[in-house]
Design a binder for this molecule. Structure first.
Ligand code: ATP
Ligand code: MG
Length: 332
């Protein structure tokens, strides 16, 4: 897949920008605060409808303006796609694909496949389980169109259940209604656990090989899924924990508490890794994403690298650049 061009109007610091890209490595260079990251962000927006920085639409609209426009032209499997996005200060955004408006942002998923690599991604290993779950979920959402609805369904039910747990405190008669939520939670939860399990297994296979290359064969990487509860035990554990959940007013088991463990030569580097080890492992995970997306879409994703090279030593820089030679890359 190739991003051919991007056009921005009143986007962040750009009043107007029109930029074309070639199909190999494109280097965007300039002083600090000139708008390099903003360009990558706008492309990422067209792939996921969200900013990789977690910014709100109103923060993206250029100061003093009411609307931003992004126009992105993409070539995929020989077909041209145009994404138009209107970001508004006080309203939800409008999106059109090839001139046809889409109703839900999820319809955008899968049209443009991006692997975005920013310096924050190098912290996946040392950050908390929430960050690692976010990594799992964003990978799975990109690879599996159904996962995103299952995840949204699951999260909705956890929130409803937590609210009900609070309400039960004042109104114990409500306790019997928990059964309905628990059933749905187990239904969705089992699907999520199953998919995460399979994904981590696949990730482990690919990342292990890449990591060997990155470390010159010295480090053996292992990634292990650490589910809060297995699919088989979920129903049972949820009901056994009910009294405790009622006391805590929180749902204590389920995939919303999952994590994965990252080991190097048998040692858990979340806790005991050096910074360099944690970074290299994070790089292996992100590079694996390229292979997984490639396998899924039978095409190459577009790689966006924001300020990553400066964070790596020269042998890792070389390895990274050598492993991406056949992928369109935009690099700041
Ligand atoms: P660095 O090399 O430091 O990473 P950069 O070139 O990546 O810099 P960007 O992060 O793209 O810089 O930001 C460029 C500028 O955009 C910043 O100075 C920022 O203040 C400005 N900016 C951010 N949001 C808006 C907005 N809504 N309206 C106008 N300017 C904005
Ligand atoms: Mg930047």
């Amino acid at each position: 897949m190739i991003v051919e061009s991007v056009e921005l109007k009143d986007y962040r610091n750009y009043e107007f920008l029109d930029m074309n890209f070639n199909e190999h490595v494109n280097i965007i260079y300039g002083d600090n605060a000139q708008g390099k990251t903003n360009i990558l962000e706008s492309i990422y927006m067209c792939s996921t409808s969200k900013s990789h920085r977690g910014s709100k639409d109103r923060e993206i609209v250029r100061f003093g303006e009411d609307e931003s426009h992004i126009k992105l032209n993409v070539l995929k499997h020989g077909m041209k796609y145009r994404i138009d996005m209107h970001l508004k200060k006080n309203k939800t955004k409008g999106i059109a694909v090839n001139g046809i408006p889409i109703k839900k942002a999820v319809e955008l998923f899968g049209i443009i496949n991006i692997v975005f690599f920013s310096p924050e991604d190098l912290n996946i290993i040392k950050d908390g389980p929430g960050e690692r779950r976010r990594f799992l979920d964003s990978e799975l959402c990109q690879l599996d169109g159904v996962y995103i609805t299952e995840l949204a369904g699951y999260n909705h039910i956890v929130n409803q259940r937590n609210r009900l747990l609070k309400d039960c405190y004042m109104n114990p008669g409500l306790k019997s209604t928990l059964d309905v939520w628990d059933m749905q939670m187990v239904d969705y939860g089992k699907k999520i656990i199953g998919k995460r399990e399979a994904f981590v297994e696949e990730l482990n296979e690919i990342a292990r090989g890449l990591h060997k290359g990155l470390t010159g064969g010295i480090e053996e990487l292992e990634i292990l899924y650490e589910p809060s509860v297995t699919a088989a035990e979920f129903e049972d554990k949820l009901s056994r924990n009910r009294e405790r959940d009622l006391r805590m007013k929180l749902t204590s088991v389920g995939p919303h508490r999952d994590d994965f463990c990252v080991k190097v030569n048998g040692i858990d580097i979340r806790r005991y890794g050096s910074q360099g080890q944690q970074r290299t492992a994070a790089l292996s995970l992100k590079l694996s994403e390229i292979y997984l997306v490639k396998k899924k879409i039978r095409d190459t994703p577009v790689l966006l690298l924001d300020d990553v090279l400066s964070e790596l030593d020269s042998s890792r820089q070389t390895y990274l650049l050598e492993s991406i030679h056949d992928i369109q890359t935009l690099i700041t």
